[in-house]
Design a protein around this ligand. Structure first.
Ligand code: GTP
Ligand code: MG
Length: 197
């Protein structure tokens, strides 16, 4: 898979010209966004993985096979990041999700072990409101026992008020689970996008 790193940008201005459909990866801090990108692209270390959550404070653009862009976004809601910085990032993220013309679709990542936060709910509501194609991608599936999975999924579905048709994809970047399903969803969106639907 050919992947080009286009760069990291501190805000909405100064990003490269929009050429390809854009898929953003969103989620609370430490939920596994960068790991998922590396797993999907089969590139270890392509998107920076950090054990210190909240480190990625930039819009990081990756172009995949000259067909679409992934945007690795900073996580929201990390308590150890200074409050003003956290709020500034949240404001910028809302602007991007509500208004940015280049956004084609969103992958909303949810750590399998964690109940949706208020920010998660707000993100889901903003995406729904705008009608942006979006999929909930449950991450770190390997961390849950079989018997804890259904209650966890139910908690996420109810917490985010997802309806029965909402794409709900199960992944583990560590175990290597769910890559095909995520890539298939992306292809679906690309097809709809090309048809102008
Ligand atoms: P920020 O950019 O800081 O918001 O974090 P992120 O969402 O990009 O998360 P990142 O990919 O950096 O992963 C955070 C931590 O979770 C790292 O320690 C990863 O190794 C771990 N992690 C990511 N994916 C998985 C997974 O599928 N399973 C397990 N067990 N751990 C994972
Ligand atoms: Mg990251």
């Amino acid at each position: 898979m050919q992947v080009d790193f286009l760069g990291s940008f501190p805000g909405l201005d100064g990003r490269p010209e929009p050429v390809c459909p854009e898929f953003c990866l969103l989620g609370r801090s430490n939920c596994g966004k960068s790991s998922l990108i590396n797993y999907l692209l089969r590139r270890k270390g392509m998107a920076r993985i950090s054990r210190q959550p909240g480190k990625t404070q930039l819009f990081n653009y990756f172009r995949v096979q000259d067909r679409y862009d992934f945007v690795d976004l900073p996580g929201y809601g990390y308590a150890k990041v200074a409050k003003t910085r956290r709020e500034a990032w949240w404001t910028l993220l809302c602007r991007y999700l509500e208004r940015d013309e280049r956004l084609t679709a969103a992958l909303h990542l949810m750590d399998a072990r964690r109940a949706p936060s208020d920010h998660d709910r707000e993100v889901a509501a903003m995406l729904r409101e705008r009608g942006v194609p979006s999929a909930v991608v449950v991450t770190k599936l390997d961390k849950l026992n079989q018997r804890d999975r259904m209650p966890a999924f139910r908690g996420i579905i109810e917490g985010l008020s997802l309806d029965a048709e909402s794409p709900f994809l199960l992944t583990s970047s560590h175990r290597g689970t769910g890559r095909e399903e995520v890539l298939a969803w992306i292809e679906e969106v690309l097809t709809l996008n090309a048809d102008g639907v």
